[in-house]
Design a protein around this ligand. Structure first.
Ligand code: HEM
Length: 221
């Protein structure tokens, strides 16, 4: 009798492993009370501003790691200048909070959960970068587009304060996401590294959920 392989998922593409491996976490993040109420129009523009301000710390860390991978033959294939979000968030925060936002502790102070999230990103190395970049950027290119539409509609936030969700250098989001997934699948990673990426992506989703929980505590009545 021939022995069957013991780890069938090893042959699956990384993009498929990530999608299936984080499905539950995605559902949980998507249906968190903060996101749910934000999209329903029950909160305020200030709630969205708080989210954007916390995300700035996340993207600064992520993009710092991305920059450090510029000369890495593997990591650099997943660094796209067109995805860089920190400058867009800085622009949006000026529009949302005023030109002095950088001097305002209520805007720029990271919540402890955000500090833990950014520390995780900074400590994650190559597999950490792949996981955290996938979780945030593909999310922005997907559900992020819905968030932008809803906060614009419900809270009257102008387009110029939502450049975080706009990718002027990307012509069509859907084909770009396919390219991104193809890049994920072409990464030369060992089976252990691929599993580490999926595990870290779950942690990234959890970190986002924790952020939604603290934002919910501040903004849900
Ligand atoms: C407002 C709540 C959200 C909605 C409505 C939403 C919606 C969606 C939709 C419709 C897709 C599928 C897009 C496609 O296959 O092209 C998607 C994919 C994705 N979303 Fe979300 N999402 C939300 C929140 C989040 C959050 C909070 C994160 C993580 C921080 C996230 C991360 C992702 C990722 C990584 C994917 C790509 C999945 C894959 O194909 O591998 N999403 N989202």
């Amino acid at each position: 009798m021939t022995a069957t392989t013991s780890a069938p998922t090893t042959d699956e593409s990384l993009s498929a492993l990530l999608r299936t491996g984080t499905r539950g976490e995605h559902q949980a993040a998507e249906s968190s009370a903060f996101v749910d109420r934000l999209l329903a129009g029950d909160l305020t523009a200030a709630a969205y501003t708080d989210l954007a301000a916390q995300l700035l710390h996340v993207y600064r860390a992520l993009e710092q790691v991305g920059d450090s991978l510029a000369d890495d033959p593997v990591g650099s294939t997943l660094v796209f200048e067109a995805l860089r979000r920190a400058p867009a968030l800085e622009h949006d925060l000026a529009a949302l909070s005023g030109a002095d936002w950088r001097e305002r502790p209520d805007v720029i102070t990271p919540h402890p959960v955000t500090a833990a999230y950014t520390a995780r990103i900074l400590a994650g190395g190559l597999t950490g970068y792949v996981a955290h970049a996938y979780t945030r950027y593909l999310g922005d290119l997907s559900g992020g587009q819905i968030i932008a539409r809803m906060v614009q509609r419900h809270y009257g936030i102008p387009e110029d304060a939502l450049t975080f969700y706009r990718f002027p250098e990307i012509d069509k989001l859907k084909p770009f996401k396919d390219v991104y997934r193809a890049r994920l699948d072409a990464l030369t990673l060992t089976a252990e590294q691929r599993h580490a990426v999926v595990a870290e992506s779950r942690e990234a989703f959890r970190a986002n959920r924790e952020l939604f929980t603290v934002l919910g505590a501040a903004h849900l009545s």
